[in-house]
Ligand binder design. Structure first.
Ligand SMILES: Nc1ncnc2c1ncn2[C@@H]1O[C@H](COP(=O)(O)OP(=O)(O)OP(=O)(O)O)[C@@H](O)[C@H]1O
Ligand SMILES: [Mg+2]
Length: 360
């Protein structure tokens, strides 16, 4: 089911101050896709999720799930949480430690007062789906973190919701398990084909999992797009900076050409991927370290920057390297087998198509 959000506002009052947790959010979430809300701590992700679920009452606006308006101030509509047909997985393992796996998963169905045989059948089907067949009698405390997370997922899925919502469900897992569970989750959700709304502040998680990403900042959605659009072709500095490593340098347009835009920066003149802006937009050039070659590559569409290597930090796969170009620190990546050392003069090459202009 699709979700439509219009003009959603939620204010909190704390210590005499007003916090605009949601500042007029408009958002369409497509049916049967994985949609991720990505943004820094405190930007309003959990508040938005809680409003969709019905655990938080907005101040203004409207929320529609499928064909049903579940909340509207103007129309005086409020559909309670249990009637919204949603499943939710929280940040902390919200499974009950005193219950075994079966009872944890069966709980929502017992609440619905379904016949015992029906409950047993549905729990078995769901446990099979999350690959926890045979764990029914296991006390839930005697499971690994990933298995506990799968119990929480099973419990959210067992009532066959039309939409499933996740609030940072993997943040308590260690890095390796998080990666594994992320892959499993992507497969599960793909097979299920239901609408999933996923909240995270982890950009890699957002890129890896989502069909669409909504980047949030200060109670608003700044930009919407596919992972590739957000990563390669963001419109705003905040988004370009949040989604990955970025060298950001103020820029001013000098000329527009057929396929490129020429800008003046502290690095010199740079030929960029063509973009148009409003006359009063303040612009920033975004160069991702992975697109900067530390060698001279010829070509009419290649920008060259002369610099000196200031620092090389070995992080395993690469040296994270800082190059001083005209007084600006530019981050690049060097292969672990690189012949370069700190202090060497280098020429950086970056293709115009990888020079992204964004508005501030
Ligand atoms: N019950 C509350 N009372 C007062 N302020 C609140 C309350 N809940 C949230 N806030 C504030 O609203 C803003 C948005 O909070 P929210 O929990 O939605 O952020 P978030 O994006 O989920 O952050 P995180 O990534 O840290 O979980 C924050 O400034 C937060 O302090
Ligand atoms: Mg949160």
């Amino acid at each position: 089911m699709e979700i439509k959000i219009r003009g959603l506002r939620k204010r909190f009052y704390s210590e005499g101050k007003v916090i605009n947790a949601l500042d007029g959010v408009d958002l369409d979430i497509e049916a049967n896709k994985i949609f991720t809300l990505l943004g820094p701590s405190g930007c309003g992700k959990t508040t938005l999720l809680r409003c969709i679920v019905g655990l938080e009452t907005p101040d203004e606006g409207e929320i529609q799930i499928g064909d049903t308006i579940v909340w509207s101030k103007e129309k005086g509509i409020y559909v309670p949480t249990e009637k919204r047909q949603l499943g939710m997985v929280f940040q902390t393992y919200a499974i009950w430690p005193h219950m075994n796996v079966f009872n944890n998963v069966a709980y929502p169905l017992q609440n619905m007062k379904l016949p015992k045989a029906e409950i047993a059948k549905r729990v078995a089907k769901t446990l099979k789906f999350v690959q926890l067949e045979g764990y029914e009698g296991r006390p839930s405390t005697r499971l690994s973190g990933g298995q506990q997370q799968r119990v929480a997922l099973a419990r959210a899925l067992v009532a066959e919701p039309k939409v499933i919502l996740f609030d940072e469900p993997l943040s308590n897992l260690d890095a390796k398990l998080r990666e594994e569970t992320r892959k499993e989750l992507k497969t599960f959700l793909g097979e299920l084909g239901i609408t999933a709304v996923y909240v995270t502040h982890d950009r890699v998680e957002a890129l890896a999992l989502s069909d669409m990403i909504g980047v949030m900042n200060r109670g608003n959605i700044v930009e919407l797009g596919t992972p590739k659009k957000i990563y390669f072709d963001a419109d705003h500095q905040f988004v370009a900076d949040f989604i990955g490593r970025a060298n950001l340098v103020p820029a001013a347009i000098v000329a527009q050409q057929e396929a490129s835009t020429i800008v003046q920066t502290a690095l010199g003149q740079i030929k960029c991927h063509r973009r148009t802006f409003a006359a009063d937009d303040e612009l920033v050039l975004c160069l991702r370290p992975e697109f900067i070659e530390v060698e001279k590559i010829e070509g009419s569409d290649v920008n060259h920057l002369e610099g000196v290597i200031r620092q090389m930090i070995f992080v395993g796969e690469v040296y994270e390297t800082e190059v001083d170009v005209a007084g600006q620190r530019i981050m690049v990546k060097l292969d672990p087998t690189t012949p370069y050392n700190e202090g060497d003069r280098v020429t950086l090459s970056v293709k115009a198509e990888h020079c992204l202009l964004v508005s501030k």
